[in-house]
Design a binder for this molecule. Structure first.
Ligand SMILES: NC(=O)c1ccc[n+]([C@@H]2O[C@H](COP(=O)([O-])OP(=O)(O)OC[C@H]3O[C@@H](n4cnc5c(N)ncnc54)[C@H](O)[C@@H]3O)[C@@H](O)[C@H]2O)c1
Length: 251
């Protein structure tokens, strides 16, 4: 399937994990991509790797989604390099585990600024272009943590809950302009970041007690749903929050 032949895509936080798998998925389906990441060296390395593996054009761009000037610069860079943008994937995000009383203002602010405000500002940056063309697709990265609470993740849960309702509100405001907006809600996806955070014992216990499919998810399984939502296969899917969680929240 090459559903994105000739299409131009921005993926934020694309150097690692789910973002990297998403860039690879769009690349194999024919898109040209701007891959942004706060880690500029990693963005360059991943862009080079995916371009070599797929033959797609992948432009790396160092940018912090929590900085408005970087978001505006990302869209300007994308317009200059690709001549337009068809799809924005607001993937960049961070997560910390903290007991509620121990959450510092700095950690609360960082999660809010990257996960929620970054999504808000990147979207604002691309909207004038989408409105002018009366088309465009946005896929936001929420989480199961945006739909149900998880102990010791108050800051992250609040940010991702915000992403879900930001998505639904944007769907109401932007739908009349032909701009589709959805979000994905992954459960436990094994990436280098989650592997570094959790012990094998924790992961096994989580799988046994919380995930009916009895395994963690793969970044590629999230990328596949992001690509579906960005494609014409999802042309009437709008304002939705799609779970990719092995049944975790079915309970
Ligand atoms: N892994 C999971 O289990 C899981 C589950 C649900 C949702 N998510 C969400 O998926 C997204 C990706 O998570 P992941 O597990 O792949 O993480 P990851 O740490 O593997 O990758 C995140 C990437 O984003 C980049 N990044 C971090 N802060 C940034 C910023 N301010 N600006 C630009 N780039 C930045 C990092 O450098 C990194 O390359 C996040 O929004 C996360 O909350 C992950």
């Amino acid at each position: 399937m090459r559903r994105f032949e000739g299409q131009r895509v921005i993926v934020t936080g694309g150097a690692n994990g789910i973002g990297k798998a998403t860039v690879a998925r769009f690349a194999t389906e024919g898109a040209t991509i701007v891959l942004t990441d706060v880690d500029g060296a990693a963005a360059e390395a991943t862009a080079r790797q995916i371009a070599a593996e797929t033959g797609a054009t992948v432009h790396p761009f160092a940018a912090d989604v929590s900085v408005r000037a970087d978001d505006l610069a990302t869209v300007q860079f994308a317009l200059a390099k690709m001549g337009g943008v068809d799809v924005l994937v607001n993937n960049a995000g961070i997560y910390y585990e903290d007991h509620f009383e121990d959450i510092t203002e700095a950690r609360w602010d960082r999660i809010m600024n990257v996960d929620l405000k970054g999504t808000f500002m990147m979207t604002q940056a691309v909207i004038p272009h989408f409105k002018q063309r009366r088309s465009g697709v946005i896929v936001n990265m929420a989480s199961t943590n945006g739909l149900a609470g998880e102990i010791y993740y108050a800051h992250y849960n609040a940010a991702k809950g915000g992403v879900v309702l930001l998505t639904k509100t944007l769907a109401l405001e932007l739908g009349p302009y032909g701009i589709r907006v959805n979000c994905v809600c992954p459960g436990y996806i094994l990436t280098e970041s989650t592997a570094a955070m959790d012990s094998d014992e924790f992961v096994n216990d989580y799988i046994q007690n919380k995930i009916p499919l009895r395994r963690t998810g793969k970044p590629e399984e999230v990328a596949a749903v992001i690509a579906f939502l960005a494609s014409d296969d999802a042309s009437f899917v709008h304002g939705d929050a799609i779970l990719i969680d092995g049944g975790q929240l079915a309970d």
